[in-house]
Ligand binder design. Sequence first.
Ligand code: BV8
Ligand code: ZN
Length: 266
Amino acid sequence: MTKDNGAQALEKARGLLASADAVCVLSGAGVSAESGVPTFRGEDGLWQSHSPGDLATPQAFRRDSRLVWEWYEWRRGKIRGCRPNPGHEALARFALGTRTVRIVTQNVDGLHEEAARRVAGSGDPSPALPLELHGSIVRVRCTRCSYKVPHRNPISTATPENLPSCPVCSALLRPDVVWFGESLDPAVLAEAFQAAQRSQVCLVVGTSALVQPAASVPLVTHEGGGYIIEVNPTPTSLSRLASLSLRGASGQVLPALLDGLATAGT
Ligand code: BV8
Ligand code: ZN
């Protein structure tokens, strides 16, 4: 395991990626930090001023849906002004260059998808569209029926009566994210584990690797004999398993790591 910030580790990491038939990427809030989206557990992270249990659980929503919507609308407002950064775009270019890269994200900000569409231009963005393990804050869904739509416009949270309701069954709408204590979409999770299983490298970027079952995705690659490459300014619970840890900001490290690289499976 090499812990090196320098060119040597970068070259080693590029070599592992170039010789991989397939690569799985697991991204977390750190990838969006340089776009201005707050992380969860950093010193200015969201969980410093809010408790997940008070705002990111179904119980919290049942207890006070206006307060939970107010917090999500505050986050949606912050994200509205954010654009993909060079890290998102480098990952999109890497995934678009070959069909053997799968981006799996814990992020709910929609920036990987925006980067994929921007990099693809008039081409097909689908190889770079991420598996969204925890859903999307720029989508809403009905608390009762199957109604689910993209929704980026501001939502008034002034009174419970203002909260958005379903046009199909008139029940309350909620952010289309996975809250703590809620199960992930089994099909999405299965696809993420399959991607990890067939990959020789799992590139873990900008995550504290504390939330399950997302944090188990890189373990599937590792248990199959594959390598973990970590991109994070600080060590995480996965660092001990990483063959290489590139200690830096993903907006700088990812373009240097990925540009001009296609996997062997291209
Ligand atoms: C589940 C959506 C089965 C919402 C999120 C007790 C009861 C119930 C469940 C549990 C329990 N105990 C444990 C659990 C399981 C629980 C869990 O894992 N808890 C943890 C915290 C202990 N998991 C669940 O509940 C999951 N469901 O297990 O279902 C079940 C069902 C019923 C009962 C039991 C089990 C659901 C988890 C999904 C939760 N939803 N988000 C929303 O966003 O509002 S999780 C939330 O954390 C975000 O999605 C986020 O992506 C995710 C992980 O955080 P990170 O992305 O890693 O962000 P973080 O800030 O932590 O780290 C940022 C990193 O970036 C840092 O390392 C930093 O150094 C680095 N960084 C900073 N800047 C940069 C950078 N890196 C690179 N470049 C930079 N510039
Ligand atoms: Zn409905």
